[in-house]
Design a binder for this molecule. Structure first.
Ligand code: SIN
Length: 479
């Protein structure tokens, strides 16, 4: 049921449509480049049809009770958990991440379905005290309408779960355009929603090249909201394209996370957390540690620790248990990482662990460099690979200044035993999320999102459902 072969069709209006007359997009395993299968390369006409069926489905879906929606979403959450093994294998095949992390991602996705199944029952409005007699002021929360989600390849399951579950819980319908590299995990979510009993047209998956699909979604005045996770460049383009129809937007864009280790930090704890912050998904997450900022008193000792831990990591086929780092997603992605690394070396960065040895496949062993400066491209650009870029600071003040020296503001991490420093630093960091003495910050209960050029809007948490609700004010004259 959850194999590339059984999922090679778009999902529109509750029907699996293989569109035999359309060209097909092939999907590869990034570990060995073998072809896993193919999906239809849907065009703008098909996207317009998906919008139309979403609009029809919205009429009845918005009228369902919160309890009905909650029950269906909870059922989807338990089906995701029940099929964890098959869904995770599929995810690893098309995306490459280690199977243990893929299992974690399925659980993470299920937690969003469960969370929003609960939150739908708490979408309270308000009654506002009136300044004049005989008037009542009521505030109602209503679903926005048809939503579009454009989702990335790095978390092909969880990024859809966190958007779609919130939208559906709010009473919206949704059209998902998954990344071309990883459509099967998206289609697998549709399969789960079908099994859970979600009505036709409530969730639709349109596979294919991004441009015609995104253009049709952006041009449509029926689509009232866009939620996007991806690069800052594409986010800006979509924002421009949505101007004519004034869509509501949630944009979760690029990051440039500082990983700050202060002089008094527990270095063993910080080193262990560094592994998660840097190498999760081979370094391909928006919240990965991009710049490792170390107090000069502990810098050498810390780098020695992370070097010895990094050298023990197993790089290889994500499908094998025991693999810590799978392949990068594509040769373009790998070229970009090597470009950033070589740029840094040419400008004076020093290799502390790993080698400047590129292989012909998409695997990449960890490389740790130090003496990183602002002149290097990776100071601002997302590395998206297993390269740790270390720089030193002399004072707490300088650490904050260096950390904030970025156009981006998604996640930041800091390690210290000083409670007062931890609070002061967290308050001054210009980031949407701050992890203190831990890099495990992602969870359904917490608001995920950034500031500055990392975008706006929040996913997950009680704030996440608000992104799919609009406020209606009702004034009642009782006189
Ligand atoms: C991302 O890379 O955008 C998502 C990471 C997460 O949810 O932990």
């Amino acid at each position: 049921m959850f194999t590339p072969h059984s999922l090679g069709a778009a999902f529109i209006n509750g029907t699996w449509e293989s569109f035999p007359d359309l060209p097909r997009l092939s999907v590869d395993n990034p570990f060995n480049s073998s072809v896993l299968g193919a999906v239809p390369n849907c065009d703008s006409k098909i996207t317009e049809r998906a919008i139309e069926v979403s609009a029809n489905a919205f009429r009845s879906w918005q009228a369902t009770t919160v309890l009905e929606r909650s029950t269906l979403l909870k059922r989807a959450a338990s089906l995701l958990r029940e099929h964890e093994a098959a869904l995770a294998s599929l995810l690893t095949l098309e995306q490459g991440k280690p199977i243990s992390q893929a299992k974690g991602e399925i659980q993470y996705g299920a937690s969003y379905f469960e969370w929003f199944a609960e939150e739908t029952r708490r979408t309270y409005g308000d009654v506002i005290p009136s300044p004049s007699p005989g008037r009542r002021i009521m505030v109602l929360k209503e679903p926005i309408g048809v939503c579009a989600a454009i989702t990335p390849w790095n978390f092909p399951h969880a990024m859809i779960a966190r958007k779609a579950a919130a939208a559906l819980a709010a009473g919206c319908t949704i059209i998902v355009k998954p990344a071309s590299e990883t459509p099967f995990s998206a289609l697998a979510i549709a399969k789960v929603c079908e099994l859970a009993g979600l009505p036709p047209g409530v969730i639709n998956i349109v596979t294919g090249d991004p441009e015609p699909i995104a253009k049709a979604l952006m041009a449509s005045s029926t689509v009232r909201k866009l939620t996007f996770t991806g690069s800052t460049g594409v986010g800006k383009l979509l924002m421009r394209q949505s101007a004519d129809t004034l869509k509501r937007l949630t944009l979760e864009l690029g990051g440039n996370a500082p990983f700050i280790v202060f002089a008094d930090a527990d270095l063993d704890l910080a080193a262990k957390d560094f592994l998660h912050a840097k190498y999760r998904n081979a370094g391909q997450t928006c919240i990965c540690a991009n710049r490792v900022l170390l107090h000069s008193a502990i810098a050498d000792q810390f780098i020695d620790k992370i070097a010895s831990l990094s050298e023990q990591l197993k790089v290889g086929d994500g499908s094998l248990s025991g693999t810590d780092i799978g392949p990068l997603i594509s040769s373009d992605a790998k070229e970009k990482v090597w470009g950033l690394l070589n740029d840094a070396i040419s400008k004076g960065a020093r290799i502390r662990s790993g080698k400047l040895e590129n292989s012909s496949d998409l695997l990449m062993k960890p490389v740790i460099i130090d003496k990183v400066t602002k002149e290097m491209r990776l100071w601002e650009e997302e590395i998206f690979g297993p390269v740790a870029a270390c720089a030193e600071f002399q004072s707490d003040e300088e650490a904050i200044k260096l950390a904030n020296d970025s156009q981006h503001g998604l996640a930041a991490y800091l390690f210290t035993r000083d409670l007062s420093l931890a609070h002061r630093a967290a308050e001054r960091l210009e980031y949407g999320m701050v992890g203190i003495n831990s890099s495990s910050i992602s969870l359904a209960e917490a608001p995920f999102g950034g500031v500055k050029q990392s975008g706006f809007g929040r996913e997950g948490s009680r704030y996440g459902i608000e992104e799919y609700l609009s406020i209606k004010y009702v004034s009642i004259n009782l006189n």
